[in-house]
Ligand binder design. Sequence first.
Ligand SMILES: Cc1cc2nc3c(=O)[nH]c(=O)nc-3n(C[C@H](O)[C@H](O)[C@H](O)COP(=O)(O)OP(=O)(O)OC[C@H]3O[C@@H](n4cnc5c(N)ncnc54)[C@H](O)[C@@H]3O)c2cc1C
Length: 495
Amino acid sequence: MTMTTQEHPVQSADVLIIGAGFAGLGMAIRLKQAGIHNIIILERGTQVGGTWRDNQYPGAACDIPSNLYSYSFAPNPDWSRSYSGSAEILEYIHSMVRDFELHPFIQFEKNVAGIEFDEQHGLWHATTDKGERYSARATVLASGPLSNCSLPNIPGINDYQGKKIHSARWDHAYDLSGKKVAVVGTGASAVQIIPELVQQVDHLTVFQRTPGWVLPRVDLATPEWNKALFRTLPGAQYMTRQALYGVHEAMALALIWRSPLTAVAERVALMHLRHQVKDRWMRRQLTPDFRIGCKRVLMTNDYYPALQQPNCKLITWPIVQMTPKGIRSVEGIEHQFDCVVFATGFDVGKAGAPFSVKGLNGRDLDDEWQIGAQAYKSISVSGYPNLFLTFGPNSGPGHNSALVYMESQLDYAVKGIQKILQADLLALDVNASAQSAFNRNIQKRLAKTNWNSGCKSWYLTDDGFNATMYPGFATEYLAQMSQFKEKDYHLVQAG
Ligand SMILES: Cc1cc2nc3c(=O)[nH]c(=O)nc-3n(C[C@H](O)[C@H](O)[C@H](O)COP(=O)(O)OP(=O)(O)OC[C@H]3O[C@@H](n4cnc5c(N)ncnc54)[C@H](O)[C@@H]3O)c2cc1C
């Protein structure tokens, strides 16, 4: 239905989905499968894919095996490797759009600037930065926690005259060959970029603030017989997925909590370091001083060898300033570069909303989340009825596939949306008491995890509040999401 008001017509749907990454597209698929077809997906980019559209830096790949880092309702028997590259994952996302016929639902170049709940009519109103207007009975916020890249707060960053590239906005037109290049950051993206860049550039300088724990990765090309097997016997692929799921669940024991397995994982990582780096001083520079699991564990076989190439230098002195020609480190040396690559991560939505979200009685999510984002089961927020978050507060896994968690969120949202539409509800709003009780328990459990064991990471706010990770096994998270407890919600009937 389209009704005309003022300068932009209001486009209406039963469900508005913001974002066309894995979450937004998966949401549309599950809604369609549940018989809900009146959907609009708003995407600010010019194509689908989110993370995998944006992160096309050299070496970009998943660090959870592809058979697990994919949707169970959209299996792909043709993954070319254990850990597929960014282009292949993006093609998988495009194939979901084709196979589930999602194109008619998606509107591109619609950058949502704000959404507001209209209590009287039980509608969410959304506005884009160009003033286009939408309204829907329910809204799914699938804008992704890692979709806004962030540059570090280095003094003089704007004075630097050379080329600047953020890992999530790679400039493929810029020729790196023969150039002097710096990489700032040594996290999950950096350890994938550095082995590729060192082969292309004249000289590479890597600025490390904190060394991460690095585990070896078994990344094999998939033989043709294996693809044929998965094509003819989908059950075999399902079993493989389940086996991978089980292995990753076991890793929770090492990575989430301190246990004897934590010490084993640290030992394996130190052996990997000792095996790959012979120089004692360099090994010292690369040895973490925090517990494994506290920050994201890095999975790579190529990173340490790349750092030891003759055209690569690791600098562990802190950066104090960027100058017009390069980077000055604390010991006073100015290092000059043609190009600086920032593998410095994202502006993670752990304290504040991604855009203006106004709920009941003018409540503002950004204000409420300033001290740290909170939700009920990561998906509903009290005072913001008929709104569902994907990858919301405390839904992050440290040891398993984000898509496993996401699938359970999608199915939970379908149940909520079905309830709103079938019972003709004006509002389905989670009770504040249920949300508080949920969060008290989450924070109590988080206090005992490796994430909260003292290191500084993007999982925590500056005050040390953990608004990102789920302190349990994926199996526990899935069990929690499989139950839609109506008694935890306040239902307002229309009429
Ligand atoms: C480099 C990298 C590697 C990763 N590897 C793994 C991995 O191996 N395993 C794993 O489990 N997880 C991994 N992750 C986490 C990953 O982000 C998630 O697995 C998943 O891709 C997130 O999907 P999403 O749809 O929630 O968000 P996104 O993929 O970020 O999609 C969000 C979409 O919303 C759009 N959007 C944002 N704001 C607006 C707005 N205001 N209006 C309209 N549209 C908007 C964006 O343009 C984007 O298309 C990785 C993340 C990164 C950055």
